[in-house]
Design a protein around this ligand. Structure first.
Ligand SMILES: [Zn+2]
Length: 267
């Protein structure tokens, strides 16, 4: 279930990059070992040296909902929040096995705020953000890819009234919840590539992506898309779990097409 933001409810307080948005800690593989005493030979490390991080983007997978927010619920009692978490873990394992760096916005039954989820991606210079949802409607066994659509133009460009107060200075930072504006073209391209792959593994899916105002996406600086499977209404919820591997393969193939220079494994 995607949270589509309509114009009437989209007036969140503008927020710049506040100190409350502390970036996540560096992954263990980026932490440095303490220096050895200068008058002694360096002791052996307690653990093997971390592998060299491969170049290329960090893939940030966002299992939507969590905690008290169950998301969509099927007749069998299955919750969207659990399906997408398991799916994200499967996709992570698949992408990591192919050389990608992968970070999850949650790896338990927590419910980070939208901005906290975006902050995970924004802590990296070259992140690609993918939020995972399962719809309560739609043709079972199909999947859609979305990119964000803003309902309104930038505030500085919105006013053509000569009596209006002076516009925001040109060098003003985009508000936090407008951060996606700079990557809309890239996100659109990523969503189209993703949709082409999704239709290969979920027949009956659309062949082009869709635009919608999606709250999870608009605060992300880099390319950001949503995947929504249909649906929790399937009579056998096991099929939703089985969808994780096809989703992983669709994402992998999309990433190689979106960023073909990546030094990743084969098929
Ligand atoms: Zn959802």
């Amino acid at each position: 279930m995607l949270l589509i933001i309509f114009a009437s409810v989209g007036a969140c307080a503008l927020a710049t990059f506040s100190t409350a948005q502390a970036p996540p800690q560096s992954p263990p593989s980026q932490q440095q070992a303490p220096p050895a005493p200068s008058n002694q030979p360096a002791p052996p490390l307690q653990s093997p040296a971390p592998p060299q991080l491969p170049p290329g983007p960090v893939i940030v997978l966002d299992p939507a909902h969590g905690g008290t927010d169950n998301g969509a619920r099927g007749q069998s009692g299955v919750f969207e929040k659990d399906i997408v978490l398991n799916m994200a873990r499967t996709v992570r394992a698949e992408l990591q096995s192919r050389g990608y760096r992968v970070v999850l916005t949650r790896d338990d039954d927590s419910n980070p705020s939208y901005d906290d989820r975006a902050a995970v991606a924004n802590a990296f210079r070259d992140a690609i953000f993918i939020t995972l949802h399962v719809a309560s409607t739609g043709t079972p066994g199909t999947a859609r890819a979305y990119y964000n659509q803003f309902w309104t133009p930038l505030p500085a460009a919105a006013s053509s009234d000569a009596d209006a107060k002076p516009n925001i200075p040109a060098n003003t930072l985009n508000p936090w919840n407008q951060a996606q504006r700079g990557s809309l073209d890239a996100s659109h391209r990523l969503a189209d590539l993703l949709q082409l792959q999704l239709v290969q593994v979920f027949s009956g899916s659309p062949v082009t992506s869709s635009a919608a105002p999606i709250r999870e996406l608009r605060s992300v600086v880099g390319p950001a898309v949503a995947i929504e499977l249909s649906s929790v209404a399937v009579p056998n919820p096991e099929s939703l779990g089985a969808a994780a591997n096809p989703v992983a393969m669709a994402i992998y193939r999309t990433l190689t097409a979106f960023h073909p220079a990546l030094p990743v494994g084969g098929n």
